[in-house]
Design a binder for this molecule. Structure first.
Ligand code: G4P
Length: 528
């Protein structure tokens, strides 16, 4: 195997998803701790501030350097080179998470043991399923009162439609939490409690140990014996193929805050997750081990440093090796170029890098050339990775500029912010950019948009909220979208690719349109 292939084979690139507060940040910190990327837990920042209000978001903006450096974290652990893609905590920015998942080869789903599957988990899970990537479940906060573990697994299976395979099993919970029984090694890892700042020493005890009842308590002992019997009879068999196809989710119980069960989880996770996956193009798959470099844009963050008006584009490398001086080809722009100041994020530091491999994420300075979903590859090649889907926004507003003198800035701001994917823009057929309909997944995005228009583009806008709740891309055999039979309060619009969509005020109207237009298909995402 060549040195390049060796490098690619040891890479693992994944995202951690959760409903806010389930413990994603805490788990991320602990994983970094094992990789030695941070000395002490408690240094992953940037997310907390996005929780409640715009004022908090402005705080984030101040710290943008930090929130950006924590977008991707790379560290080495036991021979693996790990890339963790961070996803925003606030659900109003979940679109960002959807796109990030496009760059991941696996996902870790963190679930709060007392709450089970929550709203945001459901949404994000749907995106993982679209990609058929392996999904690992970490049931967190076992040191607090938790729901019955069998009920939790059942809920995951029923609500998310994925089978589960318990790797370990909790012994008690809350104050009574005594550890986990590893169903694969048939050992008990006993929980000794810890402040979470250091790596805990975990004692492995055999379930046949005569002292076991004394260690975990008589009641827990009896309950464990009963649970094991049930599990041995009824749980799913280990099936690596099903895991890698995203059909079977390995489940781990633990407590991120107290650092219990995190390292065994990380180890097993690394064994079971695949190295970088092949990516699709209309001409066929591109193998990560292909000698020729290729990558796609999955995230753009503009004006990270206002003084410099910079814009950083994040690329996921799909094949080959990237070197700093190499010439690349931007397919959508039909241009050869060198990527400027390629950087990699190591926990809190950014460094300019000389080389990177398939599976890695690099950030490059971008004067406004790239859009989300663009492909960059070796010159002479002309491949185009499948686009990044756009998901249906849920809130809509009509926006105009207050001051007609500022038209140019208005158009530039709206376009650039939309290019980043921070908002989606639509227009009525045959109208210009003076008046656009902005769609967002979370209302907080509106406020951030207004704030950025004011501070970055010096433009005040007038926003009129619209009562639409649903938007659907028009699919199927529709020759003339303007000739569709739609109710009076449904509106026909186009997106920036000039694809036609319909805006609806209710689900009832969606059904109405489907019933009256034969062959009409309505999609809640666009393939990009
Ligand atoms: P998120 O990124 O998914 O939104 O969650 P985050 O890690 O920020 O965790 C949310 C809250 O849950 C935090 O408390 C965190 O300390 C706590 N937490 C995370 N994992 C565990 C666990 O295993 N056990 C217990 N008992 N708590 C856990 P907070 O009070 O909101 O924040 P902080 O002030 O402690 O930072």
């Amino acid at each position: 195997m060549s040195a390049m292939q060796e490098e690619i084979r040891r890479r693992r690139t994944f995202a951690i998803i959760s409903h806010p507060d389930a413990g994603k940040t805490t788990l991320t910190e602990k994983l970094l701790l094992y990789g030695g990327a941070i000395a002490l837990a408690g240094s992953v920042k940037g997310k907390k501030n996005s929780r409640h209000a715009v004022s908090d978001w402005m705080e984030i903006e101040k710290q943008r350097g930090i929130s950006v450096t924590s977008s991707v974290m790379q560290f080495n652990y036991q021979g693996f080179c790990i890339n963790i893609l961070d996803t925003p905590g606030h659900q109003d920015f979940s679109e960002d998470t959807y796109r990030t998942l496009m760059a991941a080869d696996a996902a870790i789903m963190v679930i709060d043991a007392s709450k089970g599957v929550e709203n945001q988990t459901r949404k994000l899970f749907k995106v993982c399923v679209m990609r058929h990537i392996p999904i690992f479940t970490f049931i967190n906060k076992m040191d607090r009162e938790a729901r019955n573990p069998f009920d939790l697994l059942e809920q995951i299976e029923q609500e998310l439609g994925i089978k589960t395979y318990a790797v370990n099993w909790p012994i008690g919970c809350g104050k009574e939490f005594r550890g986990v029984f590893d169903l694969e090694t048939r050992h008990i890892l006993s929980f000794e409690g810890d402040s979470g700042k250091h790596m805990v020493s975990q004692t492995a005890v055999s379930p046949d140990d005569p002292n076991l009842a004394a260690v975990i308590g008589k009641e827990n002992h009896a309950q464990l014996a009963e649970d094991i019997e049930l599990l041995d009879g009824a749980s799913e068999e280990f099936d690596l193929e099903a895991i890698r196809a995203g059909e079977l989710s390995p489940v781990f119980f633990g407590s991120a805050l107290t650092n219990f069960g995190v390292e065994p989880f990380l180890r097993r996770f690394l064994e079971l997750t695949p190295p970088p996956l092949a990516r699709n193009t209309p001409e066929g798959e591109v193998s990560p081990f292909d000698e020729d470099f290729s990558a796609f844009v999955f995230k753009i963050q503009a004006n990270m440093n206002k003084a410099h008006r910079d814009r950083v584009t994040f690329l996921r490398i799909c094949s080959g090796k990237f070197t700093r001086e190499m010439e690349v080809y931007h397919v959508q722009g039909d241009k050869k170029m060198r990527l400027s100041q390629p950087q990699m994020m190591m926990a809190e530091n950014r460094e300019v890098i000389d080389e990177a491999y398939a599976g890695d994420i690099i950030g490059v300075f971008d004067p406004g050339l790239f859009s989300i979903g663009d492909t960059i590859c070796a010159p002479g090649k002309k491949i185009c990775f499948e686009g990044i889907p756009t998901f249906a926004p849920e809130h809509f507003a009509r926006i105009r500029h207050k001051d007609t003198m500022k038209r140019k800035q208005f158009v530039k701001g709206v376009m650039q912010i939309a290019q980043e994917g921070a908002i989606q823009i639509f227009h009525e057929p045959d109208t210009g950019m003076e008046e656009v309909i902005v769609g967002v997944v979370g209302v907080l995005q509106f406020e951030v948009f207004e704030h950025r228009m004011r501070t970055e583009y010096n433009t005040e806008i007038i926003r009129e909220n619209l009562g639409y709740q649903y938007i659907r891309w028009i699919g199927g055999n529709v020759e003339k979208p303007s000739a569709l039979t739609i109710s009076g309060d449904t509106k026909l619009v186009q997106d920036f690719r000039d694809q036609y969509l319909l805006l609806f005020t209710s689900e009832w109207n969606i059904r109405w349109a489907l019933e009256r237009n034969e062959g009409l298909e309505l999609l809640d995402f666009s393939k990009g």
